[in-house]
Design a protein around this ligand. Structure first.
Ligand SMILES: Cc1cc2nc3c(=O)[nH]c(=O)nc-3n(C[C@H](O)[C@H](O)[C@H](O)COP(=O)(O)OP(=O)(O)OC[C@H]3O[C@@H](n4cnc5c(N)ncnc54)[C@H](O)[C@@H]3O)c2cc1C
Length: 318
């Protein structure tokens, strides 16, 4: 339990990362109010190549270079972050068609001050492929005085089942269908469930751990302007219609426009789409995945999108 009742403003949904790595990517998360991690940094100390240690604050040029700068300017030693209160949320999930999502988000999520966090998924199963969605909002609960009953950090739940379903979905179309239905039913069954902010952001992601001699999972992430979302999804569906990509899952978060970092990915209010892809180890398989990822990247760029740099670098220099 966090005895101070405090929480970070921005972090990934998982707790498996270092602070230096998160600052170097300028991470973002489920919170829809605070943008990227850079917005919450008061200062950090940097060990430079010449051995000197400097304290960097938002008024220094190094600030915007180092955050989101992938370690190119030195080693981040420690950081002072703005914190916020831990809060009690109520989960609310609903299903919808992708064409309604941007409008729904603008009116009912951004437009509702009680919604603090948000996560969506779009189907990668054949039935409803890149059309069916479910969206989960974390809304401020009425009785914040109950927070202490929910603030003990929990272990990951249903890890074995999710791992099993993910395993099936790597190999079989029916497995992907089953994973989609199971996840969606689970989130729908959680409607009205209370959860603390710190528990939303603490998964150890053990369900993603996977070892195999022939293939592995990789991530790609595209940041798509909210207003371009539906037409981008149409293009993505078209791009993938003649490809054999083993696309397991897509999660969607929101990142508001933020150009404070030199390598900013959020040049507009964006939906970030994280794609979990299973790919073979052979040279041919990897070349094929790289080719498809470049096609997907071209489709994203056409819509004014950007892509995230921490993941496999399949992109061309251009
Ligand atoms: C399963 C999964 C889920 C993810 N979910 C999200 C998400 O929800 N939101 C999001 O924004 N990102 C997400 N990411 C991406 C993740 O935030 C970045 O990859 C992040 O950089 C990982 O931190 P790390 O500690 O593993 O860093 P590493 O992979 O070790 O390093 C990443 C970069 O940071 C640099 N670096 C590391 N430590 C320091 C330091 N002390 N000083 C200077 N540079 C340093 C490294 O040189 C490297 O360039 C996810 C990644 C995975 C694998």
């Amino acid at each position: 339990m966090n005895p101070y009742g405090l929480a970070v403003k921005v972090m990934q949904s998982q707790n498996i990362f270092t602070i230096g790595g998160s600052l170097s990517a300028n991470a973002h998360g489920r919170d829809i109010r605070y943008g990227s991690l850079i917005d919450t940094v008061k200062s950090f100390r940097l060990l430079k190549a010449d051995g000197s240690i400097v304290t960097v604050t938002p008024k220094d040029d190094l600030f915007r270079a180092v955050i989101g700068g992938y370690g190119l300017f030195g080693v981040i030693l420690d950081v002072t972050l703005e914190l916020t209160d831990d809060e009690l949320y109520v989960m609310q999930t609903e299903t919808m068609n992708y064409s309604a999502y941007a409008d729904y988000f603008t009116k009912h999520v951004k437009g509702n001050p009680d919604v603090r966090m948000h996560l969506a998924r779009i189907s990668t199963a054949k039935k409803g492929f890149l059309k069916d969605m479910y969206v989960t909002n974390y809304e401020l609960a009425d009785h914040q005085d109950q927070l202490s009953s929910y603030s003990d950090l929990k272990e990951d739940e249903y890890t074995g089942l999710t791992k099993f379903a993910l395993g099936l979905s790597r190999r079989y179309e029916w497995g992907r269908h089953w994973l989609w239905n199971t996840q969606q039913s689970y989130f729908l069954s959680q409607n009205g469930t209370k959860i603390s902010r710190n528990n939303v952001m603490r998964s150890e992601s053990t369900f993603l751990e996977y070892e195999n001699n022939d293939n592995t999972d990789v991530l790609q992430e595209y940041f798509v302007p909210v207003k371009e979302y539906a037409s981008y999804i149409d293009d993505l569906r078209q791009t993938l219609s003649d490809e054999d990509l083993n696309l397991l899952n897509i999660t969607i978060r929101y990142v508001q426009k933020n150009e404070k970092a030199d390598l900013s990915y959020a040049k507009d209010d964006m939906f970030s789409l994280v794609l979990l892809i299973n790919e073979g180890f052979s040279k041919e398989d990897q070349a094929d995945t790289a080719r498809i990822i470049r096609r997907m990247t071209d489709a994203a760029i056409k819509h004014g999108s950007s892509y995230y740099l921490p993941y496999m670098t399949y992109h061309t220099k251009a």
